[in-house]
Write a protein that binds this ligand. Sequence first.
Ligand SMILES: O=C(O)CCC(=O)C(=O)O
Length: 271
Amino acid sequence: MMTASAPKTDYAPFNESDPAADADTLRARMETDGYLFFRGLVHEDEVLAVRRAMLEFCAEAGWLDTSRDLMEGIVAPGVNPTTEGRADYNAVYRKILKHPGFDAFPEQPGLLTVARALLESEEVLVHPRRIGRITFPNNPEATTPAHQDHFYIRGTVATYSCWVPLGDCPITLGGLAVARGSHKQGFIEHTERFPAAVGGRGVPTDESIEWHSSDFAPGDALFFHAYTIHKALPNRTENRLRLSTDNRYQRPAEEIHPGALKPHLGLDLSE
Ligand SMILES: O=C(O)CCC(=O)C(=O)O
């Protein structure tokens, strides 16, 4: 007789860290896993305020279904996906990068506390190159491939990225997956090319990788090391935007690439 087996999933759930854990415990977990995942590290209201601001810019651009609640982020029928680098996307993204609430987001106390613990430093530099992402459904080829942030950030390897979805983000909406322990391999050449994808370059991957991911709720945050391999998951919803921000933290006295001091995508935010 055949027995029902559990459905195979590609992702083990994240190992969750306690925001109240001491710095040594957090660093030890980072050393083992290459990432730290926290539930509710940022107050939900702070996340939703930035979400609202971003969605208002999306609505102004005509991307959203105005018959639905703005906060659902539902794409209007007939609107084609767009992605970073395109003129229509960049016009919206520029407004987001100039928004004071978006700019201040990575300095939330909960995020800075973790960054200080990881860096063993009271003084922390948040890269001025803040990053936000608006990921359309029905556009899987644009999904960020597996990569290490050091490929893009350069500067000191003692840099930690923090990815926060701006709203709830079940795996079907396309969260982030990390390759547990992959930071221990050091830097890997980014030989894979993905012309339509965010970033455009990636590392080779195989079946041996232990991918971790979970559904995110508003306020959940994922920190990872500059060498940790990670990738976005495709937005497989019918019509929902995925909104997120990712920011980088390092010690102020260490090497920083000049690009990390400038706005993302080289956008001019001067007026
Ligand atoms: O959200 C994404 O699509 C990519 C984010 C990412 O890879 C990063 O934070 O480095």
